[in-house]
Design a protein around this ligand. Structure first.
Ligand code: HEM
Length: 408
């Protein structure tokens, strides 16, 4: 569970919500249901003030309207810690933010174009070999024990190693990267931890870039350093930001989806059995359904000018939390939204966002989720929670389970 600085309990979710409240972290679904009915775009003054849409239509409309809801003014759900440059600006090493996610066009357009080839289906098929091997080794490590923490000892171990493999950074750094990324995304309400995460990532990348400049290799960092935009080499702060983004975007998110799926399968034996016997078509709808139901990511926008949106008087400087997870549980869009239906047919979920910032790593994320589940359930077809009270969830910008002890 997130280590929250104690804040007063929430008495009214419509006017005073707190995304770091343990109730919100552990079970946000009834809160979103109530808000959708009573006040579909909630507001709070906490954490610098923000708006929280809960309906599919509103969230997707905002995500597609980049003029009123830009990403270039900050995408964090809470203001950055004091001391990180200008109160709302990036630290100097990240003078260009972490593009493409934190950028508006034109910076967004060309930096996204540079990331996409690394995440193409052909490249992802290559990473699948590494990922499958990794999952098998992890299962080998605990299968004889008859129990494992499926979140901490399995889900958490996968995406960080896959992205380290892609970026060309040593696997031995995996737990350190995981800690830094958690500091940035899950402990965003703890300025010291958040600063520790940002500084750690930047210091590491500074060294990694220097090394690649001296001795280029064939990894993603070297590829970026050798790329050009408008006939010029890419500025170092842009390369730095893009690498930081891949580390941050690829770890907590995917681990959260794998962890939630493991929790689901531990608590829904029928779905587990169905998947074990499934053909390729069912696997693909099942992965989408797990992504929909347990969407982990909430990103923010920050307004440049006043906007009146569906009667809400939003002011320049206000944050909007792009509540993709709540949109995915909107009954107007998904009949029986709280039910996981492995062969759900119409599933235009927004776990990966919508519009120009739609996740550039979605092929990779889907592959990791599928391979992680396949390798676990084919070797360990029967498993259940050791004790539901031992399950813990973390939240903030990325929600997912951090402990899911299971026995088999
Ligand atoms: C299940 C896992 C994942 C989920 C749920 C997820 C979700 C998201 C979401 C919601 C966005 C849009 C953010 C916005 O609108 O501001 C996004 C963007 C992005 N994601 Fe992912 N992501 C996942 C995995 C990954 C992975 C594995 C990578 C690559 C290492 C990645 C790289 C990116 C990048 C580069 C962007 C920015 C795209 C742009 O701004 O054009 N993501 N992701």
């Amino acid at each position: 569970m997130t280590d929250t600085t104690p804040s007063p309990p929430v008495s009214d979710w419509a006017t005073d919500y707190d995304i770091f409240d343990p109730e919100y972290i552990n079970n946000p679904f009834p809160i979103w249901d109530e808000l959708r009915e009573k006040c579909p775009i909630a507001h709070t003054d906490r954490w610098g003030g923000s708006w929280l849409p809960t309906r599919y239509e509103d969230v997707t409309e905002m995500a597609r309207n980049i003029l009123d809801f830009p990403s270039g003014n900050g995408i964090s759900v809470v203001p950055p810690p004091a001391g990180v440059g200008d109160p709302d600006g990036p630290p100097p090493l990240l003078a260009n933010g972490v593009p493409p996610i934190s950028a508006d066009p034109p910076l967004h357009t060309w930096t996204r174009r540079l990331v996409l080839p690394t995440m193409s289906p052909a490249r992802v098929a290559e990473y699948e070999i590494y990922t499958r091997d990794l999952c098998r080794t992890l299962v080998d490590g605990f299968i004889a024990r008859g129990e494992v923490d499926a979140a901490a000892e399995y889900a958490q171990q996968i995406p960080v190693r896959v992205i380290a493999h892609i970026l060309g950074v040593p696997e031995s750094m995996s737990s350190t990267f995981t800690e830094w990324v958690r500091d940035v995304l899950e402990f965003a309400n703890d300025p010291e931890r958040r600063m520790r995460g940002i500084t750690g990532i930047l210091q590491y990348l500074t060294g990694a870039l220097d090394e690649r400049i001296a001795n280029p290799t064939d990894d993603f960092i070297s590829e970026l350093l050798q790329s050009e935009h408008d006939g010029q080499p890419i500025e170092r702060s842009v390369v730095m930001g893009m690498c930081a983004l891949l580390l941050i975007a690829g770890i907590d998110t995917t681990w959260s989806s794998i962890g939630s799926s493991m929790w689901h399968l531990a608590t829904h034996p029928d779905d587990r059995r169905r998947l074990l016997a499934a053909d390729k078509d069912l696997w693909s709808t099942a992965i989408e359904e797990l992504l929909r139901a347990y969407a982990p990511v909430t990103m923010a926008r920050r307004l440049s000018h006043d906007v009146e949106f569906n009667g809400c008087p939003m002011k320049a400087g206000d944050r909007i939390l792009m509540n993709f997870p709540a949109a995915n549980r909107d009954p107007e869009q998904f009949p029986d939204p709280d039910k996981v239906i492995l062969d759900r047919e119409n599933n235009r979920h927004v776990a990966f966002g919508a519009g120009i910032h739609r996740c550039a790593g979605s092929n990779l994320a889907r592959m990791e989720l599928r391979v992680a589940i396949e390798e676990f359930i084919t070797r360990i077809p029967d498993f259940e929670l050791k004790d539901p009270a031992l399950v813990t969830w973390a939240g903030g910008q990325v929600r997912g389970p951090r402990n899911v002890p299971v026995v088999f």
